[in-house]
Design a protein around this ligand. Structure first.
Ligand code: RB5
Length: 158
């Protein structure tokens, strides 16, 4: 479940808003990175509800091991990021550029990358996936902040 360490397996899911981008990234991760990819769909253009796909992926990720990560897609990425971050232990980062993707690993230990198929092109998405899969979490002061995310009731407002 943790994003720390080497990535071994990537769970991927999309709603109908990013099927083409999802298909491209599944192939990209398999060929470019040689990683196991579990593709939860969807595969067609029939409308589905993004919280359902987010739930499938988040449950699998939370039940998985330390080498597991998730990638969620929808039209904008907004709905998927909202849905995924409702799950305790999931740190989903909606990213639009390499800088955000890198920092989401270094500072936020994001275990789910969220992309929008209607706002992000294939080349930028591949580049984000590349940095996101290899960047380590820096820990230190960032771990303290992540701990606060998991226990919001214990956080004393500044
Ligand atoms: C589906 O039309 C669209 O709302 C969805 O893919 C996503 O963009 C929601 O945030």
């Amino acid at each position: 479940m943790s994003g720390a360490g080497e990535v071994k397996r990537v769970f991927v899911a999309t709603d109908h808003g990013a099927v083409e981008l999802k298909q491209d990234l599944v192939a990209w991760i398999r060929t470019r990175h040689g990683l196991e990819v579990v593709d939860f769909g969807v595969h067609g253009s029939d409308a589905v509800d993004y919280p359902d796909l987010a739930a499938t992926l988040c449950q699998a990720l939370l039940a998985g091991g330390p080498g597991d990560r998730g990638i969620l897609l929808c039209g904008t990425g907004i709905g998927m990021s909202m849905a995924a971050n409702r799950w305790s232990g999931i740190r989903a980062a909606l990213c639009h550029d390499e800088f955000g993707a890198r920092l989401s690993r270094q500072h936020n230990d994001a275990n789910v990358l969220v992309l929008g198929g209607r706002v992000t092109g294939v080349a930028v998405a591949r580049a984000m996936v590349d940095v996101w899969l290899r960047e380590p979490f820096e820990g230190g002061r960032h771990q303290r902040r992540l701990d606060k995310l998991e226990h919001p009731g214990a956080v004393r407002p500044a």
